[in-house]
Design a protein around this ligand. Structure first.
Ligand code: SF4
Ligand code: SF4
Length: 134
């Protein structure tokens, strides 16, 4: 769902486009159509477009919902002994391929979670979890 929304009062004056400091708005004129486009990756949510719009057409409240949007849901594996969350099923499969052996579904407390070769692959240098760390 787009965050930048306008109501029926928008008359395409382009004041918002001309006053956006982030170049997050642009208009495409094609044939007999003018299309207003917004790029959320560039938008700073500064509200300038909303302030300058002479038609009071921008529904800025949608910028402010601040909700968490679900991106993906994966299968989570837990320690077979204490039920502590470990990693996803996909992560475990990839780790098993890299380590060339089955990865035990156990937390660090009950067994070393991942072989060092796998940990070095998945965690940047200097950020490899130490034994016993949380
Ligand atoms: S400033 Fe308001 S009326 Fe003008 S194009 Fe932008 S949203 Fe539409
Ligand atoms: S909120 Fe600010 S950065 Fe985003 S479109 Fe409006 S003027 Fe541009």
């Amino acid at each position: 769902m787009p965050y930048f929304r306008v109501n029926a009062k928008c008359d395409g004056c382009l004041a918002c486009v001309q006053n956006c400091p982030a170049n997050a708005l642009r208009a495409d004129d094609s044939g007999v159509s003018r299309t207003l486009l917004h790029n959320m990756a560039r938008c700073a949510r500064c509200g300038n477009c909303w302030r300058v719009c002479p038609q009071d057409a921008i529904e800025f409240q949608h910028f402010l919902h601040g909700q968490w949007d679900e991106v993906t849901t994966l299968t989570l594996l837990r320690c077979r002994i204490c039920n502590e969350p470990l990693y996803t099923a996909g992560f475990r499969e990839n780790a098993a391929v890299l380590a060339d052996k089955e990865i035990e579904q156990l937390c660090p407390r009950h067994r070393e979670a991942l072989p060092s070769i796998t940990r070095a692959h998945f965690f940047p240098a200097g950020k490899i979890p130490q034994e016993g760390s949380k």
